[in-house]
Design a protein around this ligand. Structure first.
Ligand SMILES: Cc1ncc(COP(=O)(O)O)c(C=O)c1O
Length: 459
């Protein structure tokens, strides 16, 4: 059965969606009077909706995912061929794409050595939490079981990953949460918490303060986004990561980098942590790994971590007793292999650096022109513009006016994003994450449209 649809069928699709689909992160009351948006086709950076409207997608599928763009036949063909050959076998055994993608991935991650497959960013992160807890039981006499996370970071939607949500609105009403997850201060210098010169070092020292308060023998791990995504596109200040690494080494705290958004090219390097010379113990990734052509996430560890789960073969409880049924789907790694080949062959990391600089410059020009733009920031094709009602006091613009900018861009044919349901009173950052194939024309069109939208909404 193919799903080629005529305009008449699409009317039915919209009604079927309205009647039966429960959308993510959506208040459904609105759909009683307006149509849910339904996308039916994509090519490159463009998508078309069920009403025939064309859009330039500046957020890679809404949530920084479709890194190599839409309509990649080579990925579809690779997945199709693999599905016909062998679609699945449970992850206790290996498969050809599983082995070959792990090898390829590790070749981009010096110092790391093992890949554990699952299906979503949340799941990949939760695997780390389980590993840390098991390490605490087996190697620290039950100590070192606490996991630190940072204000404004996000790590997923399950109860345990929400326990590490630095975004209170994402976690609200879903508690109580399990014990042992402790927050550390964020590092966004634009919203300073300390008046010091070396802000990066100071913000990292706040982690040390929390470790000392909790007791270093209780803290096993810290999870951090290399560049915070949904919490407001926060690029850590100079000196931050170097100090984080020192602190982790000093207190024997494992470092878990959540690369679910930054991973596989988004910042212009294969991984965000590689911008800072950091040596992680765990790296998790999902969204861009296969650009949304198949569901795949990876929890990557060092050999040192891996060894801790095989040091006593006589103990039947000593190994990582975890299973992810769909971690055995072969579509994920085969799509991921082809995704990586495309990034290499088309030099998309270089393009990301060049287009990211262009976009940041364009945003800086918008800041000159519109007083409502308080701060612009970003790394590679991962950018944000924070909107403020008053530049001096930095009072955030009301969320509904931020959303009005997003809606105005959509009306002009460009899909942009904004932080939402994250932080009380601070859902005020416009977000951009176009596919890594974006051209100079695409970037200029995106920022021109934002320029007009800011004028339309704020005058
Ligand atoms: C940094 C980060 N980690 C984890 C997740 C969770 O990923 P998933 O939605 O695939 O579970 C997200 C999702 O937006 C994310 O932005």
């Amino acid at each position: 059965m193919t799903l080629n649809t005529s305009p008449n069928d699409l009317g039915h699709v919209i009604e079927a969606d309205r009647a039966n689909v429960w959308h993510h992160l959506s208040q459904h009351k609105a759909y009683e009077t307006i149509n849910p948006r339904i996308y039916i086709e994509g090519k490159g950076l463009k998508v078309w909706d069920a009403l025939g409207n064309e859009y330039l997608d500046a957020v890679s599928g809404g949530v920084w995912t479709v890194n190599v763009g839409y309509g990649r036949e080579s990925i579809a063909n690779a997945v199709r061929d693999q599905l016909v050959k062998l679609n699945y076998f449970a992850g206790a055994a290996g498969t050809i794409p599983g082995a070959l993608f792990a090898e390829k991935l590790i070749s981009k991650m010096p110092g790391m050595s093992r890949v554990y497959y699952s299906n979503s960013g949340s799941e990949a992160n939760e695997k780390v939490y389980k590993m840390v807890r098991q390490i605490a039981h087996r190697h620290h006499g039950g100590k070192k079981w606490k996991i630190l996370f940072r204000e404004r970071d996000y790590h997923g939607t399950t109860i345990a990953t929400l326990a590490t949500s630095g975004q209170p609105q994402r976690a609200a009403q879903y508690g109580p949460f399990p014990d042992g997850f402790i927050s550390v201060p964020h590092c966004l210098e634009y919203r300073k918490q300390w008046d010091v010169e070396n802000y990066g070092e100071r913000a990292a020292n706040a982690i040390e303060e929390v470790i000392l308060r909790e007791g270093p023998d209780t803290v096993g791990c810290i999870v951090l986004e290399p560049v915070t995504a949904g919490g407001g596109v926060i690029v850590p200040p100079k000196g931050y990561w170097e100090r984080v690494q020192q602190i982790c080494e000093k207190y024997n705290v494992l470092l878990h980098i959540d690369e679910v958004v930054c991973g596989v090219g988004r910042t212009g390097k294969w991984f965000g942590y590689q911008q800072y010379g950091v040596k992680p113990d765990f790296v998790t990734m999902a969204k861009g790994v296969a650009s949304g052509y198949a569901a795949i996430s990876c929890t990557v560890t060092t050999e040192r971590v891996f060894e801790m789960f095989k040091d006593d073969a006589s103990d039947p409880m000593s190994y990582f007793r975890d299973i992810s049924t769909f971690g055995g789907c072969t579509a994920g790694p085969v799509a991921a292999l082809e995704n990586m080949r495309i990034i290499e062959e088309e030099n998309l990391l270089e393009n990301t650096v060049r287009m990211g600089e262009r976009c940041l410059n364009n945003l800086a020009a918008l800041k000159e022109k519109h007083s409502v733009v308080g701060d612009v920031r970003g790394l590679g094709l991962f950018l944000g513009a924070e909107l403020v009602a008053d530049r001096k006091t930095k009072e955030p613009v009301e969320e509904k006016r931020v959303q009005a900018v997003v809606a105005d861009c959509l009306k002009q044919g460009v899909i942009i994003g904004a932080t939402n349901r994250s932080l009380d009173g601070l859902n005020n950052t416009l977000c951009l994450s176009p596919a890594l194939i974006a051209t100079a024309n695409d970037i200029d069109r995106i920022t021109d449209v934002i320029d007009r939208a800011l004028t339309n909404v704020f005058g």
